[in-house]
Ligand binder design. Sequence first.
Ligand SMILES: [Ca+2]
Ligand SMILES: [Ca+2]
Length: 406
Amino acid sequence: MRQNSQIRVGVYCVALLFVVLSGCGPKKDGGSIDSTPGVYPSNGHVIHSDWAFRIALEASARKHPGSTYSFTLYGDKDKKETLASVGGVREQGDGSVFWVPGKEFIIEPNRQYWWEWADSAGGKSGLLYFFAASYQGGKPISPRNGGVMDRNMRNNPTLGVSHIYSGPGLWPTYDFQLFADSGATNLLAEGKGVEQTANANHTRWPAGVSLNEGAVYYWRVRVNAPGVSSDWSRLSSFTVVNVCTINGPPNATFAIDWTPKKCANYLTPRLRDMKQALGPPNGVSPNYSNFLSLDYGGELIVEMGATMVDHPGGDFRVYEFISTEILEAYIGPTEAGPWISLGVGWCGLYCEFDLGLVGAAYARYVRIVDRGTEALYCHETSGSDIDAVTWSKPFASPSACYYPWW
Ligand SMILES: [Ca+2]
Ligand SMILES: [Ca+2]
């Protein structure tokens, strides 16, 4: 019987969010016998909310080669909600033990889980827990790499990161660095331990410096959370410009971020690609493709090719494929907001939105949030199905972006 059921934390998979899950397994220790197993997910850590989720004990069973193991996964710390359980699991050749709950159980992002294991020889864990990360969270998103910063933001520049985890029980922080050079030697501003913005999917950090129009800058971010790699992101570059000098296609051309909710891992894989919302409308039936299913409560942020300028009446359209769904559209001065709502609509083929409704002279960034009820059952096309975001008015003069409107 194991006397010590405390779990060694951080045995492996510490940087799980940035490696392929299947490449992350128990450490092969070459034959040592250890009565205290390491576990995956490591206790208290953030893990990727991938459908390929599994639970593993590291090389613990060699003292009990005939033992079988049971695992139970809970949705609450009081063990009232059993999500999945299994018994009779035998160890692998190297003494480790795995359990894959399988397709009948799917990890939801931004949620805390609890679990425990026991073996037939009397060994058992205490109650363990882990956190499931946001879908592709922890990314530097604003300004995007190769993107722009509106000249009207140059005296109040902000950098934005997507949250690694927005659920209860854990509050990650972020470090930011802004540089004047691509070699990351001329540090202009630094933010350490920046607290995550509550009730949001992104955190914006005000750099507190003034930037020069026409100049190129570089920045990076890192996440402070258990189980998440503390490495810096790759340097992102951006240029400070008058955004009304940017011409281009009359539709969304950059997919900035997609934040699904609990149904993310139920969606058809080809409909989980946010790039399907770029370009002109091209959704096709009967095989349902070329659009992004947002998920109930999910949101998408895109950047337009040419900057949109306010004209009389509606200015841009959100194309929603096949069905009629309810969604809300916003505009903002950066990829991470702050967002200003242009209203909610039931959208069939498309909904049209008017920049002038909120007194906006121009916009480059659009946020679309599904407003369908999250109580509905998850399915393969949960939420609004975004095919395209377009505008149809002629491009205006650079003077339209001379003054901020927000
Ligand atoms: Ca208008
Ligand atoms: Ca499309």
